[in-house]
Design a protein around this ligand. Structure first.
Ligand code: PEP
Length: 257
């Protein structure tokens, strides 16, 4: 665990336009600077809507900010007649370090299958962008199959396109915990994250399993982040609602070890 730099990632979803994004990023960067934050100790990343990315890139490069950013989705295709889609090459040009793939809202509201998630994962890697592969069970899955079966199957499917050398991040997000205010317990998160590390080990080998970060997501707040971060297999958090509150998000990044 010591060798994995914790990652706190804020998924803005469809919130904050490009002007609001500039103000937010400036304030967040100042607040972390004031607190003496060292990004090498805890990496921080934001995931604004596509239309904000160019503004965020300009600000981050002009002010030499260490804050990372990425997109909330990417097309599985390289280019062509795909109205409304955004390619990995476009995101790379905007210096996106990461892209979120297979968020439960995309799986549910946009019918993204495991095959699409695998293709998008491959598209990210092909463009030198680190995919944050989201997996997680619904309340119904939990009741029917227990906690690990669905996330393990989803990760196994997503990894079908991944070579062992690729840099990836995994996010375990139980669907019942997203936006519900009802987070998993640290022990529940640890059990599934440990099972997911087992998948990494069996598919990509022990070196990759040891260096890959696995995040927990689902109603993470400043008051519960510490408990998750104490778990040996939890290497950070994917934060939704709380990432839109500057003070709250800064406190999550600055969690007490
Ligand atoms: C998410 O959507 O990735 C998420 C974890 O949301 P929230 O933190 O609001 O539960």
């Amino acid at each position: 665990k010591q060798s994995r730099t914790p990652l706190i990632a804020g998924n803005w979803k469809m919130n904050l336009d490009h002007l609001q994004a500039i103000a937010f990023v400036q304030k967040l960067a100042w607040s972390l600077k004031d607190a003496g934050h060292n990004y090498a100790d805890v990496e921080a990343a934001i995931f604004p809507p596509f239309t904000d990315l160019r503004s965020v890139q300009t600000l981050v490069s002009a002010d030499k900010l260490e804050l990372a950013y990425g997109a909330q989705d990417v097309s599985q295709h390289a280019s062509g007649a795909y109205t409304g889609e955004i390619s990995g090459a476009f995101l790379k040009q905007l210096d996106c370090r990461y892209v979120i793939i297979g968020h439960s809202e995309r799986r549910t509201l946009h019918a993204e299958t495991d095959e699409v998630v695998a293709a998008k994962t491959a598209a990210a890697i092909a463009n030198g962008i680190v995919p944050i592969i989201c997996v997680g069970e619904t309340a119904e899955d939990l009741e029917k199959h227990g906690p690990s079966a669905v996330p393990v199957a989803q990760l196994t499917a997503a990894l079908s396109s991944v070579q062992s050398a690729s840099d990836i991040v995994v996010a375990y997000e139980p669907v019942w915990a997203i936006g519900s205010g009802q987070a998993a317990t640290p022990e529940q998160a640890e059990a599934v994250c440990a099972a997911l590390r087992g998948v990494l080990e069996s598919t990509l080998g022990s070196d990759v399993a040891a260096k890959t970060r696995i995040l927990y997501g689902g109603s993470v707040k400043s008051t519960n982040i510490g408990g998750f971060m104490k778990q040996p297999n939890v290497d950070g958090a994917l934060v939704g609602g709380a990432s839109l509150d500057l003070t709250e998000f800064a406190s999550i990044i600055r969690y007490q070890k």
